[in-house]
Ligand binder design. Sequence first.
Ligand code: HEM
Length: 456
Amino acid sequence: MATLDFSDIQGFVLSSYASNMPCANYLLLTINDAASCRSWLTQILGKITAGNERKSDFSLNIAFTASAFLKLGVTPDDLLTFSAPFQEGMSTPLRQQLLGDSGSNAPANWLWGNAQNPVDILLLLFANGEEELKQQLALRETEILNSRGVTLIISLAAGRQPDSKEHFGFLDGIGQPVIEGTGREEKQLNRTGHATVIKAGEFILGYENEMLKPDPLPRALNIPTFGINGTYLVFRQMEQHVHEFWKYLNETTRDASGNSSPQDRDRLGAKMVGRWKSGAPVTTHPHTDPAIPPAVNQDNNFSFAEKDGSGFGCPFGAHIRRTNPRDSLFDDPAISLKTVKRHRIIRRGRSYGDRSADVFIDDGKERGLHFICLNSNIERQFEFIQQSWANNPSFVALNNETDPLIGQRNEGNVFSIQGCPARTRIHNLPEFVTTKGGAYFFMPGMNALKQLAGGF
Ligand code: HEM
């Protein structure tokens, strides 16, 4: 097993800070002068949280786009050693096609991360409360303003909902791999009854991955090991149309006399997600939400092939079954599990915007998920999940279906719920989520950060 260098890995790679730092703000910056940007980096270096620190007040982490690296003196030749999607950026026509960012999701409509509003740096700030966040935010903004090397493009507020539910109303943050070598297996086992331990190299560069070799180590600034202990960070601002979601579930489940049924609409929502609002898996609770106790809600100790091979509990096309098919991708569960381990991500997203007071009233407010995930190989992990599983209309022999939450919509998209004697098909799924911004970042190790700040 690899020995991880916690002091060189940024803290955010190892922790979401969700339990002790519920308040967060993401600052997106551009670089307008390399030398002044380096001075600003030097100034904030001591505040960047490393993986071996246990902070209780605030945490700060930082990541860079390819354009930032070029501005900071990484040569085009060295940039070629980074992952192709990172070099290219998320909003190019090729990436747009791969990710299904068409129509209202097209980069041309984004608030940031596109050609009109490019970003270079992502500063992630977490705090133990609103007051601390306000203070730290004011300090960071003053440093940015005084630096004259970086400009704030947009400041995105985020924060977990008090009960860890995302805006559609479902418990979030359950299905998460454990990085080998972090010693988190027991904690995960206690919380969810299951721990999928994945080789560190899937999430942190420089270590063995699930193919038993490390992903290529990017080099920069004359340092061949620049990429060590770094990771790629994917950020997508995803607006959630909460009212549309519940209106659709309600209309679709009306009975023959036109009456709506709260139980039926909750059940349809749960079948789309793969978990009930409480978090309980539909594989083990196919008919009703057990709602209690929390141990059941966070249950992650299930597989599909063994208990739910026909999709009668969790439909084949449900969000959690598409994004982590576990042992059900191929006929052989063992081969399936082995393959799926090469396509995992660490999710670090947080909700933004106020929670809907009443999901059946359109209050016109924007709310959604600042989706963030970490991986060593953007193509094999994040993009593969989005393109080959979520957006794939014929995923595991389905037809004209895409992920009910995040899939690209095609003409007349359906969602099927497998059942006996016949499946039920739900027609004309609207788009429940719209991508409003996004970029691929690299989150360097602590030593690489120092090199970036110090020039070369
Ligand atoms: C607004 C957008 C999204 C919403 C509302 C959403 C919601 C959820 C919910 C409720 C769960 C189940 C709870 C859990 O296991 O944590 C879940 C799990 C998951 N989601 Fe999403 N999600 C969104 C976007 C994405 C995206 C863009 C991806 C990747 C491309 C993704 C990948 C996953 C994965 C890998 C899991 C865990 C599956 C498992 O291990 O069982 N999600 N999501």
